[in-house]
Design a protein around this ligand. Structure first.
Ligand SMILES: NC(=O)C1=CN([C@@H]2O[C@H](COP(=O)(O)OP(=O)(O)OC[C@H]3O[C@@H](n4cnc5c(N)ncnc54)[C@H](O)[C@@H]3O)[C@@H](O)[C@H]2O)C=CC1
Ligand SMILES: C[N+](C)(C)CC(=O)CC(=O)[O-]
Length: 345
């Protein structure tokens, strides 16, 4: 039985690592009952730590009425976690064979009709739904780290997914406070990861060749284009590079440089040397800050940006911006200060 998106009260999260745990924190903060299952023996402890670390940020965002960390249940088995699920979010390791068999197992354990979403970063659902008895309810709901702060979810089905399930999932994520892009076809890496991966490949090439340090690469984004991208995407910001002539002039002016050898795009060989250089570079850039310090710093940074760009309760909306230019579709929180489960913009 498929409950209407706004009527969902219980969410099941399978896999409780970085992303599964982030989903758990998000759904708890939005006032859902959350059941989690993860086969790792230390998973319950790690999950509680993750939720505890996320909670101060979620309080700042505005908890939904009745939201509580106590509404988390850790199930002893996958089957127990799914037995009365109203929605399932799978966030197990990114291994195709594992996803295939796990999704088949989830399908067998979950009440008929209930939608099952995978957090995969790039596998098409067509490739993952091959072993499930009912592939029609399996789809991708790709989040961004951390799912409790970054609004976007990319939703896309596979060849055997029912369009109604995709539509349902998009409405459900919106009701749960997410900003949704519903894709009408499968694209390797979806939209955002396709873009991020291009940048990431270039960064790895530059480190591998000793052309830039990890810190220079990070600074080049945080002190440069990243400031614009928080509220205006790469296309519109480049349109402004054309002055009054907009994108037309920008392309006429800078179009020829597209043919310049600025990018390599082929993935570099991720050998031991490059891996070690990236790890050492990140340690140097962290400058003594632990991962927990960086998580807290990132969370506060995202909240500050959301607030500064008018996307949080009590935030001053940007005066000249069109009403929908910066706000997440689906809305992460209400401007009157409350944020309730079931809200959608
Ligand atoms: N880390 C990231 O930034 C993002 C990751 N994703 C996707 O989310 C998924 C999970 O990735 P992470 O959370 O980063 O990995 P992770 O390694 O932090 O967590 C994976 C969790 O799955 C558990 N697990 C292992 N085998 C399992 C099984 N058979 N069934 C259920 N759980 C199992 C592990 O014990 C672990 O807690 C992947 O599909 C990944 O591509 C999506 C967006 C961003
Ligand atoms: C690193 N990653 C490819 C797993 C990242 C994502 O999938 C999305 C994100 O959080 O940027």
């Amino acid at each position: 039985m498929r409950t209407a998106p706004h009527g969902i009260r219980r969410v099941t999260c399978i896999g409780a690592g970085v992303i599964g745990g982030g989903w758990v924190a998000h759904f708890l903060a939005r006032g859902y009952d959350v059941t989690a299952w993860d086969p790792a023996p230390d998973a319950p402890e790690k999950l509680r730590r993750l939720v505890d670390a996320a909670w101060p940020a979620l309080i700042q965002l505005g908890l939904a009425e009745g939201a509580s960390k106590d509404r988390l249940t850790l199930a002893p088995t996958l089957e127990a976690a799914c037995a009365d699920a109203q929605f399932v979010q799978e966030s197990a390791p990114e291994k195709l064979e594992l996803k295939r068999s796990l999704l088949a197992r989830l399908d067998a354990a979950t009440p008929e009709g209930v939608v099952i979403a995978s957090s995969t970063s790039g596998y098409p659902m067509t490739d993952m739904q091959t072993e499930a008895a009912d592939p029609s309810r399996l789809l991708v709901g790709h989040p961004f780290n951390p799912p409790y702060l970054i609004p976007l979810v990319e939703v896309v089905g596979g060849e055997r997914t029912d369009g109604a399930a995709v539509e349902w999932a998009s409405r459900f994520y919106e009701a749960a406070g997410k900003s949704v892009i519903t894709m009408d076809r499968e694209l390797p890496g979806f939209i955002a990861n396709r873009l991020q991966e291009a940048l990431w490949r270039e960064a790895l090439h530059m480190v591998a060749n000793g052309e830039a340090t990890v810190k220079e690469i990070d600074d080049s984004i945080t002190e440069g284009p990243g400031l614009r991208w928080a509220f205006m995407g790469p296309c519109l910001t480049f349109a402004l590079a054309g002055g009054e002539g907009g994108m037309g002039h920008m392309l006429d002016h800078f179009g020829p440089s597209l043919k310049s050898p600025w990018t390599r795009l082929e993935a570099p060989e991720l050998d031991r040397e490059l891996r070690d250089a990236m790890v050492a570079g990140c340690e140097e850039a962290a400058d003594g800050r632990t991962i927990a310090d960086l998580v807290a710093e990132r969370d506060q940074g995202v909240i500050d940006v959301l607030r500064a760009t008018g996307r949080l309760p009590g935030a001053a909306a940007r005066g000249s911006a069109p009403q929908n230019s910066g706000a997440p579709r689906g809305g992460n929180a209400r401007r009157d200060g409350s944020a309730r489960q079931g809200d959608s913009a």
